[in-house]
Design a protein around this ligand. Structure first.
Ligand SMILES: Nc1ncnc2c1ncn2[C@@H]1O[C@H](COP(=O)(O)OP(=O)(O)OP(=O)(O)O)[C@@H](O)[C@H]1O
Length: 361
């Protein structure tokens, strides 16, 4: 690829080893997702030149940046904690980046004023960072990063320090500005919603390795690890399909979804005919719960113990412990009351074959 970002990032530390390839086309926003300690920040810092690389390359618009120090890479950066210069006004913070690129003072300030206007802060040009709210400070940081029209923009948890209301507002502003941005952008986030809203493509890393990538819709539809499944809220199992519509499954949900002893096998009826190793997924909302064994139409049915009951908005998430079928069910508060669900309750869980989704592993 000549334009955009083309990188392979190799970083070695005593107890950690990162090796990921990362590409982003001009105008594309790639979100890096992964559990704590997966190496997201390390990858971003390697791109920025803030940690030494043991191997690989960083090319932006065809230019190899690996030998350059951070300040000469021409990369725009937006961090969680803004990192504005406290002694400079909002205007001069934005102008600073332009000055570093060689713009004259008047010219830099004129252009900076235009960017402050674009992020809705024309009236705050002379304010010092401490006089700005978190959301305003983050908009100044964004203007500062965009003003230099970098070939690569890095965003490290840009919404994490903001309160819920400001977060919504800045997420929308960020989306607008990213849409108008012509360079490649890499966003690190913990928040699947930020990733889904802001990114064109998701790259998931675990333990320093890329485990899955694709558009948000592809990743949400076909998670390939327990982490991704939890992220998108699906129940996920690995199994073998026999060419018919029966899958022999074992859980891949990992910790917190059934605990230890997730051994043994079970079969599930599906509607997809595949052969070989497969993933089987279904949504928590498709799990029906019963106090007594239900009669009637064919469906997958199993006994489970309620592990936890957790209210989330107007729904309740129920962890079901039932090796090898640990699962999450999502029901209404009325159903919780009616079924008298509490930790330790034993119930029947059912999922229709038509609600399952099977795809090659
Ligand atoms: N400065 C450092 N020196 C040594 N090890 C570090 C340093 N920074 C991070 N690590 C280790 O490198 C690994 C990757 O950390 P990193 O911060 O990149 O992960 P992350 O995916 O960004 O995690 P989080 O979501 O918690 O921010 C972890 O094992 C971490 O403990």
């Amino acid at each position: 690829m000549s334009g955009g970002l083309d990188a392979r990032l190799v970083v070695r530390r005593a107890a950690f080893d990162l090796d990921v390839e990362l590409a982003a086309a001009p105008g594309e926003v790639v979100a890096l997702l992964g559990p704590n300690g997966a190496g997201k920040s390390t990858a971003l810092r390697a791109l920025a030149g803030l940690v030494p690389m043991a191997g690989g390359h960083v090319r932006v618009d065809g230019a190899d940046l690996r030998a350059l120090p951070p300040e000469r890479r021409g990369i725009g950066m937006v961090f969680q904690d803004y990192l504005l210069f406290p002694h400079l006004s909002a205007l001069d913070n934005v102008a600073f980046g332009l000055r570093c690129r060689g713009a004259r003072k008047r010219e830099a300030r004129r252009e900076a004023a235009g960017w402050l206007d674009r992020v809705g802060l024309a009236g705050h040009a002379s304010a010092r960072p401490r006089a700005l709210s978190g959301g305003q400070a983050q908009r100044v940081a964004l203007a500062r990063a965009l003003a230099t029209r970098p070939g690569l923009l890095l965003l490290d948890e840009p919404l994490a320090a903001l309160d819920a209301h400001t977060r919504l507002e800045i997420r929308a502003a960020l989306r607008r500005h990213l849409e108008g941005f012509g360079g490649a952008a890499v966003l690190v986030t913990h928040d699947p919603l930020d990733a889904m809203v802001l990114a064109d493509r998701l790259v998931v890393i675990e333990d320093g390795r890329l485990v899955q990538q694709g558009t948000p819709a592809e990743v949400a539809r076909r998670p390939r690890t327990g982490y991704v499944a939890r992220l998108v809220g699906l129940n996920l199992y690995r199994g073998r399909a026999d060419g018919g519509t029966t899958v022999t499954v074992r859980a891949v949900q990992g910790e917190g979804s059934g605990g230890q002893g997730t051994s043994g096998v079970a079969t599930m009826d599906t509607v997809d005919s595949l052969t070989g190793d497969v993933f089987l997924a279904f949504s928590p909302a498709s799990v029906a719960l019963y106090r007594t064994r239900p009669d009637g139409s064919a469906r997958n049915l199993w006994r489970a113990r309620v592990g936890s009951v957790e209210r989330q908005g107007d729904r309740v998430r129920i962890q079901l412990e039932a090796p090898p079928f640990p699962a999450v069910a999502e029901v209404t508060p009325a159903a919780v009351a009616e079924l008298e669900l509490a930790e330790g309750t034993t119930i029947w869980a059912a999922v229709k074959a038509t609600e399952t989704h099977v795809y090659p592993a």
